[in-house]
Write a protein that binds this ligand. Structure first.
Ligand code: CP3
Length: 347
């Protein structure tokens, strides 16, 4: 039987690349691909606030699917937020639009009071959104589930609001290291439960977002952030789905990540992928790492910036094209269309 002339993305390239298998075309998806750069997302947001979008299964599923209707993306990512499961655990927070925690966690008593996460009870709408997305995705396009990595969640829980430095969270690691470890262990276990439930509901890959790793030097990264991710990753192995660890500003941390049991490491644009691949070794796939700002280049120049990423990534199997961080809300959707098409032309 001859293979049907399928759309490029119908070939399962994303999951194959996660497993470092050869692919017919370079898979691409975009961090925060469901979001404010899309007019159809803004139209929905004009009627419904962000929190309601994340907590209503059919709306979250609809927003997840929006970018897939426009672009030949190789994967969908669940529309949700890293703080959504913490809300489910009873943490009082608001999105303004970044997460603001009403009573930042600073004491042992507050850590003791955090309940375990029971996903089917606490965030049923997330699992239902996954089931709805799976039922409505174009054939062959997998769905990525995700969670915040424990240290990145700690940054918001302890810091209380978005910040560039997260001074309170970093000071907490030094002032109350045992409390920090207890909080991280609790979060590591909760996120393992959460991601296990996402896989059971139909997520075909799982991603941990370590957005604030770059705030830590290697010793603190290994002792706190990485130790917690190891715990989560160990508890996810039985799911059998690929695990992606995204490390923002992690150039100096790649040596430590080499021994982590994940399938894919996502990186920002500050380090060339050639160096990242050399440091991580052949046993890991890489994901990234075009600067989100590059989408503002004129079309012909954008191609050259894409070529530079592809050259850095090399031809060995195991590269998933992505931006180095979330797409900016000011981005022209037409630039995204050009990016996706151009990456797919690369053989
Ligand atoms: O990638 C996707 O398309 C899936 C959706 C997604 C969102 N947040 C939607 C969102 C994902 C994967 C996230 C993860 C997330 N949330 C991270 C990790 C990734 C990263 O950016 O480093 C972090 C740190 C958060 C916390 C958070 N939530 C912030 C800092 C903000 C403000 C962002 C901004 O650009 O203003 C949010 C709110 C948020 N999460 C929005 C979206 C689409 C904007 C909310 C709105 O519509 O008003």
């Amino acid at each position: 039987m001859s293979a049907p002339a399928a759309a490029p993305r119908a070939a399962g390239a994303f999951l194959a690349a996660c497993r470092r298998e050869p692919v017919a075309h370079r898979p691409i998806w975009i961090m925060r691909q469901a979001g404010r750069y899309l007019p159809e997302y803004r139209a929905l947001r004009a009627k419904v606030d962000f929190e309601t979008l994340t907590r209503t299964a059919d709306l979250a599923a609809e927003v997840t699917l929006q970018p897939l209707r426009r672009f030949e993306l190789d994967a969908a990512i669940l529309f949700s937020d890293i703080m959504t499961p913490l809300q489910g655990m009873g943490v009082d927070l608001a999105f303004e639009p970044g997460p603001v925690v009403r009573a930042p966690i600073r004491s042992d008593a507050q850590i003791d009071a955090l309940p375990a996460l029971v996903p089917e009870r606490d965030v049923p709408f997330v699992l239902q959104a996954i089931r709805l997305v799976r039922a409505n995705l174009p054939p062959g396009v997998p769905l990525i589930g995700f969670a915040g990595a424990p240290f990145t969640l700690l940054c918001y829980l302890v810091g209380g609001r978005p910040s560039k430095e997260f001074g309170a969270a970093r000071a907490f690691l030094y002032a109350q290291p045992q409390a920090a470890q207890r909080l991280l262990t609790h979060l590591a276990d909760a996120m393992a439960e959460y991601l296990t439930a996402q896989a059971a509901a139909g997520a075909q890959a799982l991603m941990l977002f370590e957005s604030w790793a770059g705030l830590l030097g290697p010793p603190q990264f290994e002792r706190f952030a990485l130790a917690a991710v190891r715990r989560t990753a160990a508890r996810l192995r039985h799911t059998g789905v690929p695990l992606i660890y995204y490390v923002n500003q992690g150039a100096a941390l790649m040596g430590a990540v080499r021994d982590l049991d994940v399938d894919v490491v996502g990186v920002d644009w500050r380090t060339g992928l050639a160096e990242v691949r050399q440091t991580l070794g052949a046993a890991k796939a890489v994901q990234g790492n075009l600067d989100p700002a590059a989408l503002f280049a004129p079309p012909e120049e954008l191609k050259r910036h894409v070529d530079a990423v592809l050259t850095q990534a090399g031809e060995a199997p195991g590269h998933i094209f992505n931006l180095g961080h979330g797409i900016w809300q000011e981005t022209d959707p037409d630039a995204v269309a050009r990016l996706v098409d151009y990456v797919h032309e690369h053989r």
